[in-house]
Design a protein around this ligand. Sequence first.
Ligand code: F6P
Length: 199
Amino acid sequence: LRKIWLTRHGESEYNEMALIGGNSNLTPAGQIYARLLPDAIVDRVPLTLEGGTMPVSVWTSTLKRTIQTAELLPFPKLRWKALDEIHAGMFDGWTYEEIAEKHSEEYAARKRDKLRYRYPSGESYMDVIQRLEPVIIEIERERECVCVVAHQAILRALYGYFMKVPLADVPRLEIPLHTLIELVPTPDGRMAEERVPFN
Ligand code: F6P
């Protein structure tokens, strides 16, 4: 059976400073994750009936942190703009605290309806779910294993789709850094899940 792996990029400089969005580089901790990921995936590639290993393709966003995380994976890579993180519009580069302080009405609106709240000049989770549709169609059409190296909101949306999570719960799904999520389709049409944390 083919596998789908989902992982966030390794820790980025913006993660470390608790800033939203941006296009920062990996931190040293993030680089360590990028160095550990290849062995973990290579060990998990399923065998074919002929005794070989199944082909794998790696999909990243166009942002540096996912490209750097995927760099050492020994498989063909594809960059998707549709995998870029949710666009925070005017709040790109802010902290949640700053938003709460200076734009408390926006902060409260997002808290109230995180699924539908659209950042001023940016996106909502609903927007993200819509732009991921072509990616989902490709993953479903694909016969190879796919490793998606992306971002928190993006992976919430993809995970939510594959695991049939109710839409309202998608924006609060737990998708931690430095954790590989392995999804394997089961004969009953569901997905079996394993989470591999790296410490
Ligand atoms: O903090 C990392 C990050 O990927 C941000 O760039 C992004 O805005 C955020 O997570 C998405 O998570 P949430 O929807 O919970 O703010």
